[in-house]
Design a protein around this ligand. Sequence first.
Ligand SMILES: Cc1ncc(COP(=O)(O)O)c(C=O)c1O
Length: 454
Amino acid sequence: MNLGNAHYLEQQQRRESSARTYPRKLPLALTEAHGMTVKDADGKTYYDCLAGAGTLALGHNHPVVVEAMQEVLASGLPLHTLDLTTPVKEQFVDELFASLPPEFASRARIQFCGPSGADAVEAAVKLVKTATGRRTMMSFHGGYHGMTSGALSLTGNLGPKREVSGLMPDVHFLPYPYAYRCPFGEGGEDSHRLSSRYIERLLDDPESGILPPAGIILEAVQGEGGVIPAPEAWLKEIRRITRERGIPMIVDEVQAGVGRTGRMWAFEHAGIVPDVLIISKAVGGSLPLSVVVYDESLDTWQPGAHAGTFRGNQMAMAAGAAALRYIREEGVVEHAAKMGGKLLGALCEVQQKTGCIGEVRGRGLMVGAEIVNKAAGADALGSYPAYPELAKTIQRQCFDRGLILELGGRHGSVVRFLPPLIITEEQIEAITGIFLEAVAAAEAQCGVLQEVCG
Ligand SMILES: Cc1ncc(COP(=O)(O)O)c(C=O)c1O
């Protein structure tokens, strides 16, 4: 029985917490989904460029994923196993380790976590604190690591932190190389050079006020922070700096991992390997699964040092293994790199034709367009102020035209494209066509002056 969007939305609004997020901006009830499209309860079809916030690498209900789940159901395998092992779990670990750089995989240990990215972040923090005997953590401006207490402490966005007292202490934030809004006010290449130099000097300063850290956590491409790819040279420098000082480097690939950036793992663009890798979202083939993979030298944990009831989700492991296998065998990562280039190029054309996109950036199929107010004038760097109202209007105009996109970044002014990795060239043309129309309509609605648009 389908009672239509209005009914489900009204019930949701009445009964669900006011912390709910997506339905406020994307008012629909979902009834069906295949590949890159979803259908709502009124029968309208949308292109889904949110894809479970980057979870659905193979899109909705991919046949290999569905088949893997059906096999588990038919086999009589226990669906819940705590952290006891099964043949399905072993296959998942085999596939996951095969996807990692051999020098990392050969020394890797894996911990299955409660099935959210945030829980894997919590595990990683405990791991490095235990291994180093230190208590300080370092994170980055704009970083997003989840909503549990420790993960939120490591997150830049002040919105969800403001009302919560007693977050994890001893967290220090470092400048991320976000050239368009350079934290040093310099921009360009200087942005990442200054960042790594500052970090190196800070770590060596006996009067910095900050105790040596147990770990430094970062995203190789910041997702929620506004789709900001870290330059390869910067990642290499952070790797050198942390390695020389015996500081574990934790790379959070909850969003950027599993082929999203056009490499299997986003850190691979820089030719580095981390000490700790945090993985979730796409690794479960659309079901909840999260793991921490780390260098064996850090494995000083006692039994039960990190636990959780739902660490043994066999359906997720089967779906994840099937998705990883398909990605490997069918060249999905290469496809994502190619399609990412096309998407970036098409969005640069939209930028030329409209007047409110300050920057288009991304890596692979993790792409963003930063919406700015050119009428307000540029700063010393040549960057314009964020324009959150216009970004929201663009999102709504896209939604009305059947395209689901999310916002992120400072003041929610970055329109984010996170399509399934199996997106086709035709679909890229379709979504960027809709986006162009939506931006033009939103500009008209918000009164963006044509002379500013040039
Ligand atoms: C980089 C990163 N880390 C951690 C998380 C938290 O994952 P979860 O929402 O599954 O707790 C997210 C979620 O978007 C993320 O993007």
